[in-house]
Design a protein around this ligand. Structure first.
Ligand code: DGY
Length: 409
C-alpha cells in the first residue's frame, strides 16, 4: 500500500502546474472544475496549504454572474480542442462557458476538519464565492426544483446514454470542419463519437454566439436535461454550504430554502418505469430510461431509496465491478466507452461516502474494496472496464490518485 500511496502522491505532484492541477498531461492540459475538487482532497492528505490553494485558484475564474467554469485555461496548450478562443468565455480568466458538478463546498468541509483553525480562515474567505456559485445554479439551472444540464459536458458525464434522445434535437449543420485532439491521446473506441462532438460544438457555439446570456440559452437551446449528477451534487453541496455558513455565524435561511426545493425536486427525476433516478429531457418531459452511476448519487445527497439498493445488489451479484456508469443489463451498455459503461473511481467515492453515511455498511464496503482493487491491480486510470477491470482513457490520472489517498476522509 505504501508504494501505491507514493505513486498517488507522485501523480498529484507531477500534474501540479503551480496553484492548480491538470487531470492528466496531454488529454486534459488545463484546470477542470470537479477534477480540482478531487485534487484538493488528495493534496489535503499530505499538503494542506496546497489543497486550499487548488480551490482558491479555481474560484479566481468565477464569472460576475456567479458561474464557476468547467475548464480554466491558465496557459495556452495546442494539444486540446476546443480551447479558449473557441469558447469565448466571459470571466476574469480565459475559461469555458458552462459549469460542472459542484463538489467544492462538500470537499472544502472535509478538508476543513484536517486543521480547523486554518480551515475556518479559508472557509471564511471562500464562502461568499461559494454562495454566489450555488445561487447561480438555483437561478440559471434549477427549473421547478430540478437541476438541468445545458451541455453534456456540464453534467460531467459527457457521452452518457442519458443525453441520446435529447441530443437528437441538436442541429449540427453549422458545425463545419474541426480537428479533435482527444483521439490523438486516447484510442477513439474509448471516447465520444464524431456525432457526439458535433453536438457538443453546436451547443458551445449557441452559448458563445449569444455571449453566454443565460436567458437566451434557456429560451433557445434544444438541450436542457434534468440530470441526477447535477441535482444530487448540488443538493449535497447546499447541505455542506449551510453547515459552513452556520460555522461562520452566517444566516443560512436562503440555503435552507434551496435544500427544501431540491429535496422536493427529487421526485421529478424518479422514473417509476425503471424504478430508478434518471435524467429527464425538460424540452419534452421524456425520461432517458438510463440507470447510471449518477442515479446512485442519491445517498450522497442524503436521499434514501430501497429500489436503488436493489439495483446495486443486482449489478454486484451479476459479477460486474461496481459501479458501472450505465447498467450492464441495458441495451446501450458499452464497457470501454467513457460514460456508457466504465467504472469511475470518483463516482464510486461519492457513492461509497453516501452509502456509508446512510448506514449501508456492506454495500459501502463492497464499493470501497472494489475501487481499491481496481486501482491496485490496474493502476491510476481515468476509468475501468466493469467486465474485467481493464484500465481505460487517460493514465496517471489526478482524480483517481486523489480517491486513493482520500477515501478515508
Ligand atoms: C473533454 O474534453 O472530454 C472534457 O470532458 C470536456 O469537459
Amino acid at each position: 500500500m505504501e508504494a501505491l500511496d507514493k505513486q498517488a502522491i507522485d501523480i498529484l505532484t507531477d500534474n501540479d502546474r503551480g496553484g492548480y492541477t491538470i487531470p492528466t498531461a496531454g488529454l486534459y492540459p488545463y484546470q477542470w472544475n470537479w477534477d480540482s475538487a478531487f485534487a484538493a482532497l488528495g493534496f489535503s492528505t499530505f499538503d494542506l496549504p496546497r489543497a486550499w490553494q487548488e480551490i482558491e485558484t479555481l474560484l479566481t475564474a468565477q464569472w460576475d454572474n456567479g458561474m464557476v467554469p468547467h475548464i480554466v485555461f491558465h496557459q495556452p496548450d495546442e494539444g486540446y480542442f476546443p480551447g479558449p478562443e473557441v469558447w469565448g468565455g466571459k470571466g476574469p480568466i480565459a475559461s469555458s462557458g458552462i459549469s460542472q458538478p459542484p463538489l467544492v463546498a462538500t470537499f472544502a468541509r472535509k478538508i476543513f476538519h484536517r486543521d480547523e483553525a486554518l480551515g475556518q480562515e479559508k472557509l471564511k474567505a471562500i464562502y461568499p464565492a461559494l454562495v454566489k456559485w450555488h445561487r447561480w445554479y438555483m437561478e440559471c439551472r434549477a427549473e421547478s426544483g430540478v437541476v438541468a444540464s445545458t451541455h453534456p459536458w456540464e453534467s460531467g458525464r459527457d457521452n452518457a446514454p442519458d443525453w441520446d434522445e435529447a441530443s437528437d434535437a441538436i442541429d449540427i449543420s453549422n458545425v463545419g470542419e474541426y480537428q479533435r485532439r482527444d483521439t490523438s491521446h486516447v484510442d477513439a473506441s474509448m471516447r465520444p463519437t464524431k456525432l457526439d462532438y458535433d453536438r457538443y460544438l453546436s451547443l458551445l457555439y449557441l452559448g458563445r454566439d449569444c455571449g453566454w446570456d443565460e436567458k437566451v440559452i434557456e429560451q433557445t437551446s434544444p438541450f436542457r436535461v434534468a440530470d441526477p449528477s447535477l441535482h444530487f451534487t448540488l443538493l449535497r453541496g447546499h447541505r455542506d454550504l449551510a453547515e459552513i455558513g452556520k460555522l461562520l455565524g452566517e444566516d443560512v435561511s436562503e440555503i435552507d430554502g434551496w435544500i427544501s426545493t431540491l429535496e422536493e425536486g427529487c421526485k421529478q427525476i424518479w422514473n417509476s418505469e425503471i424504478s430508478a433516478f434518471d435524467s429527464v429531457n425538460l424540452r419534452n418531459g421524456k425520461f432517458a430510461g438510463s440507470l447510471s452511476n449518477a442515479s446512485f448519487l442519491c445517498w450522497y445527497a442524503g436521499i434514501e431509496s430501497p429500489e436503488m439498493v436493489g439495483h446495486l445488489e443486482r449489478i454486484l451479484g451479476n459479477g460486474h465491478y461496481i459501479v458501472p456508469s450505465y447498467d450492464p443489463a441495458g441495451e446501450k451498455y458499452d464497457a470501454m466507452r467513457y460514460w456508457r459503461g466504465p467504472v469511475w473511481a470518483i463516482m464510486n467515492a461519492l457513492i461509497g461516502w453516501g452509502l456509508e453515511e446512510q448506514g449501508h455498511v456492506t454495500l459501502a464496503r463492497a464499493v470501497r474494496q472494489q475501487t481499491a482493487g481496481l486501482i491496485s491491480n490496474y493502476g491510476f486510470a481515468e476509468y475501468f472496464n466493469p467486465d474485467n477491470g481493464t484500465p481505460a482513457g487517460g493514465g496517471h490520472f489526478t482524480w483517481t490518485a486523489a480517491v486513493w489517498l482520500s477515501w478515508s476522509l
